[in-house]
Every structure is written in structure tokens, then in C-alpha cells.
Design a protein around this ligand. Structure first.
Ligand SMILES: [Ca+2]
Ligand SMILES: [Ca+2]
Length: 90
């Protein structure tokens, strides 16, 4: 039971935290009483660092903060691969 204002028998997510409720829950629809996910990337707004992603960004993947993976990769340009090369490599 939570205090999101949705009657318990209609509340799909009956155990919202205060944090979730503060950001808003769906008042109607199949996710009634669940945290709103504004950009539909499956990361609810209350923990979505980037709540305004475009469908294109989302289709390319978002991280656990709800931010596009491609943007992250661009920011850090993390070098994959190992530093050591095998000197006898063919
Ligand atoms: Ca989201
Ligand atoms: Ca997002």
C-alpha cells in the first residue's frame, strides 16, 4: 500500500516509494499507479538521468540511468581492448 492516491485494487504498483510518487505515477492506463516513464525507455522518471530521450536514442540503448549509451561512449571515448599486444600474433 502506498500513498499515490490510486485505490489499492486498481494500483498496479501498490508499493511505490515516496521518491517515485514525488515524480508522479500514471493516473490511468495499464500502468496505473506505477512510476511515470516519460520517454518510454523503461527507466522510470524518478531515476532517469535523461528523461527526454528520443525514440532513436532509446532504440540504440540506454544505460541504467536512462541515458543513451551512444552519448556516454562519446563522452568518455573509453578505449576498449587490451594494452598488451601479443608479439607473436599472426
Ligand atoms: Ca524514462
Ligand atoms: Ca531516459
Amino acid at each position: 500500500m502506498d500513498s499515490d492516491g490510486i485505490p489499492e485494487d486498481e494500483d498496479i504498483c501498490p508499493y511505490n516509494t515516496q521518491e517515485e510518487i514525488a515524480k508522479g505515477v500514471y493516473q490511468t492506463g495499464p500502468q496505473k499507479g506505477c512510476p511515470i516513464d516519460n520517454d518510454n525507455d523503461k527507466v522510470p522518471d524518478y531515476r532517469d538521468g535523461c528523461p527526454q530521450n528520443t525514440p532513436l536514442e532509446i532504440s540504440n540503448g540506454v544505460d541504467s540511468q536512462g541515458c543513451p549509451l551512444s552519448a556516454l561512449a562519446e563522452n568518455s571515448k573509453r578505449r576498449m581492448g587490451r594494452a598488451t599486444l601479443n608479439p607473436t600474433a599472426k
